[in-house]
Structure formats: C-alpha cells, structure tokens
Design a binder for this molecule. Structure first.
Ligand SMILES: Cc1cc2nc3c(=O)[nH]c(=O)nc-3n(C[C@H](O)[C@H](O)[C@H](O)COP(=O)(O)OP(=O)(O)OC[C@H]3O[C@@H](n4cnc5c(N)ncnc54)[C@H](O)[C@@H]3O)c2cc1C
Length: 308
C-alpha cells in the first residue's frame, strides 16, 4: 500500500510535514510526497511530486494531488495540520469524497488518538472507510522522520493559473514572526501585563533572551483578553477560538487560566505560570507556578537568564 504525504516547506521542510511522514509509516511501506514549489523533503520519501506554480491556489493544488492519487492508487494521504495544509486538503476531501480527519496525535493498537472536547479528554478513533482517508497530524505531537532516501522527483508545471478570487498585492511583514504552533517555546501574555506597551516590551525581551540562550524557536502568544484589547492580532491567540499549541515549554504570564485558554495549551510539555493571584486556575495545570507581580518578577527573570 502507498501513502502520499502533502509536504510544506519554508526554507527547509516544515517539522509538521516530517511528523506526517513518520506517522504514515504506521500504514504504508511506500511513502510518496507532494510539495509545491520546492524540492525539500526528497530525502524523506521514495518519490516526490513537485508542483511548480506561479500562484498558490488551494483548489488547483488539490486537483493536481487528486491526479497523483488516481495514477498511484493512493489510499492514505497524510499532512501536518497547519492552516495552509488544511485549506488545500479540505478541497481534496471534497473532490475525492474522502474521509478528512485532522489534529491526530498518535496511533495505538489500530486506533487514532486525538484530544477532543477542547483538549479535556483523549479519544481513540477507528476509521472504517474503504475510500481515501486524509489524515492530519497535529504539529509537535509526533516524532520527526529522518532522511533515508534520494527520491525520484517528478515535476508538474502549471502556468498562468487563474482563480475566482484574485490576489491583488502582497506585502512582506516587517518582521518574520514564528507561529505559535511551530514554536518550541511559547511566551504568552494576558491582561495581567496591564498595557500593550508592557506586553510587547517585557515579553519580546524574554523571547529574545530565551532564543539567544537556547537556540530554540520562541513565539509570542496571547490570551483572548489581550487580542480583544487590540494589543496584538488574533494570529497570536491561544485557546478555543485561537490556536492549539503543544510546545516543549509554555509561559502563561498574567493569564488567569480560563477553560477556553487551557483548551489551547494544556497539552504543552511543561507549563510555567506567573500570576500574582495564588488562586488563579492556571496554577492547576502549571508544572511550575510563580506567585509574583509580573512587573517585578519578569525583569529579574530576564536578567537572570541573560547572566547564564
Ligand atoms: C466562547 C469563548 C471562547 C473563548 N476563547 C478564548 C481563547 O481562545 N483564548 C483565550 O485566552 N480566552 C478565550 N476566551 C476568554 C476567556 O474566557 C477569558 O476571558 C480570557 O482567557 C481571559 O484572559 P486573561 O487570562 O488574559 O485575563 P484575566 O482573566 O483578566 O486574567 C488576568 C490575570 O492576570 C493576573 N494579574 C493581574 N495583574 C498582575 C500582575 N501585575 N502580576 C501578575 N499577575 C497579574 C490576574 O491575577 C489574573 O489572573 C473565550 C471565551 C468564550 C466565552
């Protein structure tokens, strides 16, 4: 049986895609890849389909994946559950009449494992469907594939593709921010920081020193209160109506720990909470809790990390 893994790359292949490749090995011996405008990933799969396009149009990409599925007789399609991959593969599910199941965290004894009900419980799922199965793996939840092959590369080139929705202009953002779902460490701030100025200056300083000292990817997160106050945009929000993250380390700074926030971060490996209220619910999920005033504690913490 063959699996096709939808791969994504920025400078190199995304870790979310490497987890999807590793996950696919539970099902198939022959693992093929499909990637857009990149040859990253050719060391991780036996055959790599490279789609070259001048515009990224999810439904057109989905149609090209469909052709590969049909010609290679693919039953399983795997991908890292990023928002861009979900957009492409949900089109694919529509046109291939496939099962679409995403944010899977594991596979044990024939069952798919996935957190449900806002991450409060873990469900085991069995898929009984003869057709195509499209399975998304939650970023950071599964081991990364290692390079093993020198794959055959098959190029597909499409020119002058058109969409019903027209992109008029793109502008690069001034700073390239790390997405909270891709980070090893997430530094999240809440209303307890008191002001947008405090939120940005203190947290960005902490992010900078953590990145310098660990070399890990560190991202800025936020509670909904902070997003609603306009301190930062919604792409940073963690929680039920924001993003779900599972980093190695999650800092909850001035965040009370409302159930909707916990839904997006409680599966983090280690949680450090800083709050002046010792009764704050965040301390129930924290591995390390610091009862302190942020304005005093955080600058001291930053200096301490700098001195290591
Ligand atoms: C349908 C729905 C969906 C939602 N989705 C989300 C979601 O996705 N994400 C999300 O985050 N929320 C979500 N919410 C909102 C959620 O219920 C909370 O209102 C929100 O998380 C509170 O944000 P906060 O912790 O920053 O603020 P608060 O609850 O006001 O907490 C601030 C904390 O800071 C502490 N503090 C204050 N000053 C200091 C200081 N100087 N030093 C140290 N600590 C201090 C306080 O003790 C307090 O615990 C949702 C709500 C609903 C109803």
């Amino acid at each position: 049986m063959k699996a096709l893994v939808y791969l994504e790359a920025e400078n190199s292949i995304k870790e979310a895609s490497l987890s999807a490749i590793e996950f696919s090995k539970n099902f198939c011996k022959e693992i093929y890849g499909f990637i857009v405008n990149s040859e990253s990933g050719n060391k991780f799969v036996q055959k790599l389909y490279v789609l070259e396009v001048d515009r990224f149009i999810p439904k057109i990409i989905a149609k090209e994946i469909q052709k590969v599925i049909e010609s290679e007789k693919i039953e399983y399609v795997f991908f890292g559950s990023t928002s861009s991959a979900i957009e492409v593969l949900s089109y694919l599910a529509g046109i291939t009449n496939a099962i679409f199941f995403e944010d899977v965290e594991g596979y044990e004894n024939g069952y798919f494992i996935k957190s449900i009900y806002s991450n409060k419980i873990i469900g085991s799922f069995k898929i009984s469907y003869d057709g195509i199965k499209i399975i998304g793996i939650k970023p950071k939840s599964y081991n990364l594939a290692k390079p093993m092959y020198n794959s055959e590369i098959i190029k597909i080139k499409l020119e002058n593709i058109k969409d019903d929705i027209e992109l008029i202009e793109v502008k690069a953002k001034e700073t390239k921010e790390i997405d909270v779902t891709e980070a090893d460490i997430v530094v999240s701030g809440g209303r307890g920081l008191g002001s947008a100025e405090n939120y940005h200056s203190l947290l960005k300083e902490l992010i900078k020193v953590l990145n310098e000292k660990t070399g890990l990817k560190v991202a800025l997160g936020a509670s909904q209160a902070v997003v609603d106050a306009g301190w930062i945009d919604h792409s940073h929000q963690v929680g039920q109506t924001g993003k779900t993250v599972s980093p190695l380390l999650y800092f909850a700074i001035g965040i009370s720990g409302a159930i909707q926030h916990l839904a997006g971060m409680r599966t983090s490996k280690y949680i450090i909470a800083i709050n002046k209220d010792s009764e704050a619910p965040i301390f129930k999920v924290a591995d390390y809790g610091i009862v302190a005033d942020i304005n005093i504690f955080l600058p001291e913490l930053i200096e301490k990390i700098k001195s290591y």
